[in-house]
Design a protein around this ligand. Structure first.
Ligand code: SAM
Length: 257
């Protein structure tokens, strides 16, 4: 699906990119297909979508709903507030998606899942794509999580109204790692989390702004000293803001930074 095109509710044929590579394929199972591509249709992700580096299909869960009202949810077993998405309805939608995506990992966006991080995004982006199930209401029937071997991923310790925004976050993190998406091939390696540390501070023109100047070393032209300063700053910021990350940084990175 390209930007501004009508939303497809069933998977579309996947067209190889100009260099013959198959696109990385995202399929989102949702009650709100109209939310996609949304922010993924602009800037880097949108251009990559148009270029066929990745593809995005949506599957409308309501189409697999039951009865005249196409019900996808029911009251929680044991009582309590809200509604729960039915295992049989979700399984039918997943099985349909699997006919065209037999290999892609099936992910349920869930506040109970493993926290999304750069390593998960990198791992997923190196695979064929992802099938993403977006929950709504009180969530989904536990049995379908096991029954369809879902991986649960969370985007943070807070509760969203639905999995769609979480799916977009995960997709954005994966898509920008795909070959050909970012302009400068080396800009990824120094980003936050890529080497286990937060990124060093960045500056650009003007040289002085509201009395604040760019650190002299960055204007020195001495690339060795600049690299050392950046490593030191990355380590300082990480130790200050995310001390939990420091022990995970590779020994070389820690020594140099
Ligand atoms: N009752 C659930 C609980 O307490 O864990 C929350 C359900 S939430 C209102 C509805 C849906 O939003 C979930 O099924 C999930 O798909 C999505 N969601 C909410 N918070 C999320 C998060 N932090 N990460 C990923 N998905 C989330």
């Amino acid at each position: 699906m390209g930007r501004g095109e009508p939303l497809a509710e069933t998977p579309m044929p996947h067209i190889p990119t100009g260099d013959g590579r198959q696109p990385w394929r995202a399929t989102v199972l949702t009650l709100f297909p109209e939310m996609f591509p949304g922010p993924l249709g602009v800037s880097l992700a949108g251009q990559a979508l148009d270029a066929g580096i990745w593809s995005l299909d949506t599957i409308f869960l309501r189409e697999f709903g039951l009865g005249r009202h196409r019900a996808v949810d029911d009251t929680p077993a044991g009582g309590g507030a809200g509604m729960v998405m039915r295992a049989d309805v979700l399984a039918a939608a997943i099985d349909h998606a699997r006919t065209s995506e037999p290999e892609a990992p099936l992910i349920y966006l869930s506040p109970r899942g493993e926290p999304l991080n750069q390593s998960i995004a990198r791992d997923l982006s190196s695979g064929p794509g992802a099938l993403l199930l977006c929950g709504r209401f009180e969530g989904i029937d536990e049995r379908v999580i096991a029954g369809r071997a879902m991986r649960e991923i969370s985007i943070g310790d807070y509760v969203l109204s639905g999995g769609e925004l979480a799916a977009m976050v995960l997709l954005d993190a994966c898509v920008r790692l795909l070959p050909g998406v970012l302009g400068a091939a080396d800009s990824l390696g120094e980003e936050s989390f890529e080497q286990g540390l937060l990124e060093y501070p960045q500056y650009t023109k003007p040289r002085e702004w509201e009395g604040r100047t760019i650190p002299e070393i960055l204007l020195s032209g001495d690339h060795g000293k600049i690299a050392a300063w950046r490593r030191a700053e990355a380590l300082r910021l990480t130790a200050e803001r995310r001390p939990d990350l420091v022990p995970k940084a590779p020994a070389g990175a820690k020594g140099k930074r």
